[in-house]
Structure formats: C-alpha cells, structure tokens
Design a protein around this ligand. Structure first.
Ligand code: UDP
Length: 139
C-alpha cells in the first residue's frame, strides 16, 4: 500500500549539518520526498504539534528544544511509508535504537533524537496538513 508520512529532521541534527546525511538514509530506504521545506518553529507551533504530550513531564523541555533552531519538515511517500520510516528512525531512545538507524547513528539523547516520523495513518493525516498545504505536495 502506498502511503504518505510526515518527517522532521529536528534542530539538533540541522544544527550539526546532518540534514543531508539523514535525508540520504531516508531515500536509501526507498522513500520518496514529495514535499520539503526548512522552518523555525514558533512556541505555539511546537505546542500544537506535540499537544498529545502536553501533560508529560518532558513537554516544556521538548517544546523549547523544537524551537531552538531550524528544522527540515518533509512528506515522504512509499510502500508502507509510515512503518518503514519508523524502522529507519529507530527507537525513541537512541540507547535502545537498532544499529544503522538514524537515531542510533546521530541522536544525542532521548529528547534530542534527530528525527520525527508519524506513528500511524491517523497521525500522518493530522501532521502533514499541520505544516503543508495541498499545493506544496508534489507527485
Ligand atoms: N521525548 C522526550 N523524553 C521522553 C520521551 C520523548 O524528550 O521521555 C521527546 C523525544 O524528542 C520524542 C518526542 O518527545 O521524539 C515525542 O515522543 P514520542 O513518545 O511520541 O516518540 P517518537 O514517536 O518521536 O519516537
């Protein structure tokens, strides 16, 4: 099944100039980039994006980190894109991520873990239009 998923190369990775390396890992997995731009999230955008975590103890720190610098947001398309990209990213905590994954290779810690990917079709359907208009998605 051809799906779309939403991706963020997070501020810790962009700050270390790793966006190219991370996008290459995504493309090498067979995922196609059908939309992409750089943004510097506002506090309101980050709070809205991570609203599901608003009662978690790490929420304020997560929001501050996501606003700490630019990131690269993109829409990825491919066969089972949602699960496939989660596999390429690796576990949330890089200490638990499998060898060869983005997070094992580049993440700094459980918060500054270099990438985001939608975790389900319903999440992708909310996250893609949160940052992209229909006109910005090609292919
Ligand atoms: N996060 C954190 N501390 C935690 C768990 C998560 O700072 O104990 C951050 C981390 O950046 C993670 C994001 O919150 O990527 C969203 O958490 P989620 O559990 O949805 O993980 P993901 O889907 O990104 O793997």
């Amino acid at each position: 099944m051809i799906e779309r998923t939403f991706s963020i190369v997070k501020p810790d990775a962009v700050q270390r100039n790793l966006q190219g390396a991370i996008l290459k890992m995504i493309q090498d997995a067979g995922l196609k980039i059908v939309a992409m731009k750089m943004i510097h999230m506002t506090k309101e955008q980050a709070e809205g994006f991570y609203a599901v975590h608003k009662d978690r103890p790490f929420f304020d720190s997560l929001v501050a980190y996501m606003c700490s610098g630019p990131c690269v947001v993109s829409v990825l398309e491919g066969e089972n894109a949602i699960a496939k990209y989660r596999e390429v990213m690796g576990a949330t905590n890089p200490a638990e991520a499998a060898e060869g994954t983005i997070r094992k290779t580049f993440a700094l810690d459980i918060e500054k873990n270099s990438c985001h990917g939608s975790d389900a079709p319903e999440t992708a359907a909310q996250e893609i239009p949160y940052f992209f208009s229909q006109l910005e998605i090609v292919g």
